[in-house]
Ligand binder design. Structure first.
Ligand SMILES: Nc1nc2c(ncn2[C@@H]2O[C@H](COP(=O)(O)OP(=O)(O)O)[C@@H](O)[C@H]2O)c(=O)[nH]1
Ligand SMILES: [Mg+2]
Length: 306
């Protein structure tokens, strides 16, 4: 495990570390704790890019990263969480972003994850990998389809969430249904090279004021074309100014709860009640959870029998 090479953003060294953060075996938790300890506190902002498949997220990210690199001396990592199909579509969509990256550029890094376990949203290890990338890069972009529970996940994961929409030939209702209500912090109307984009922009604005009647200010709506590059610089500039939203402790609390739910269900939630499991840190809590809950169940069962 070469931490110095990873700190210097050597792609192979970074990928080796990423594998440790994607490793779901209990033993990996202790290794993660050591790596995080060595790397020190995170400093990156996490940017979420969500939207239905086909809206143009990957194409946009492939344009945004070079724009951010050109406008700053920051480093940027992209974590693309592809919809389930590891057989066909997913990997290809990831490759679309990858191939448009200048692969020789040291300051950028691309990784894709498939989220076979869930419909849309984040892969179970997405949070883990961002914990690492936030300590190596200045900006971490997470591309994901956002549906249901995962929309809340991305809000906890990211300091700012952009929802990418494409022009819809239709009315305000379609934008309302496209999930514009609460989660996104900003909107990107992509494919503005499409003649329908002008009308869609006004419909999106009016659906937003309908959906958020209590907001003092409507969130930003950017207009872009990943095809022509129009509007990309404005989005990139806004991304470089994002402020932190959650503390790492809040994030760990939230994603620990998600992990317990996924792995142990209702029994796990009950075991957590009234226990400060995170006091010893996220990774230690994860490593100890299995043995601790088994012991608790044994004690509970034997006291019930006696
Ligand atoms: N006309 C037009 N097509 C676009 C634009 N951005 C993406 N596309 C196309 O839309 C399709 C889906 O793009 P992709 O980036 O994979 O979308 P994702 O599923 O949201 O990541 C591809 O065929 C792209 O070439 C755009 O700004 N204008
Ligand atoms: Mg994509």
């Amino acid at each position: 495990m070469n931490l110095d090479a990873a700190r210097a953003l050597n792609k192979h060294a970074v990928s080796q570390l990423v594998a440790v953060f994607e490793d779901t075996r209990p033993a990996a938790a202790a290794q993660r704790a050591r790596v995080l300890d060595e790397l020190g506190p995170p400093s990156a902002r996490v940017i979420g890019i969500t939207g239905t498949p086909g809206a143009g997220k990957s194409s946009l990210v492939a344009r945004l990263v070079p724009a951010m690199l050109a406008d700053s001396d920051l480093s940027v990592a992209v974590l693309a969480v592809d919809p389930a199909s590891h057989v066909s579509g997913g990997a290809l969509l990831g490759d679309r972003t990858r191939t448009r990256f200048a692969t020789g550029e040291k300051r950028s890094y691309f990784r894709s994850q498939s989220n076979a376990a869930e419909l849309g949203g984040l892969a179970p290890t997405t949070f883990q990998v961002t914990r690492l990338l936030k300590r190596l890069f200045d900006v971490v972009i997470v591309e994901t389809v956002g549906i249901g529970q995962s929309e809340l996940d991305i809000r906890y994961l990211a300091d700012h969430v952009y929802l990418v929409l494409q022009p819809l030939g239709g009315d305000e209702i379609q934008f309302l249904k496209a999930g514009i209500i609460e989660i996104p912090d900003s909107f990107i109307l992509n494919k503005c090279d499409d003649p329908a984009a002008g009308q869609s922009y006004y419909q999106l604005r009016s659906s937003l004021s309908l959906a958020r009647p209590f907001d003092e200010e409507l969130p930003a709506i950017f207009k872009t074309s990943a095809r022509t590059g129009e509007g990309v610089d404005a989005v990139a500039a806004s991304m470089l100014e994002i402020a932190p939203r959650h503390t790492d402790a809040d994030r760990e609390q939230y994603f620990f709860g998600r992990w317990v739910q996924d792995e142990w269900g209702a029994t796990g939630r009950r075991f957590c009640e009234g226990r400060d499991l995170l006091a010893a840190g996220f990774d230690v809590a994860q490593a100890r959870f299995g043995p601790a809950i088994v012991e608790w169940l044994q004690v509970t069962n034997s006291s019930r029998r006696s």
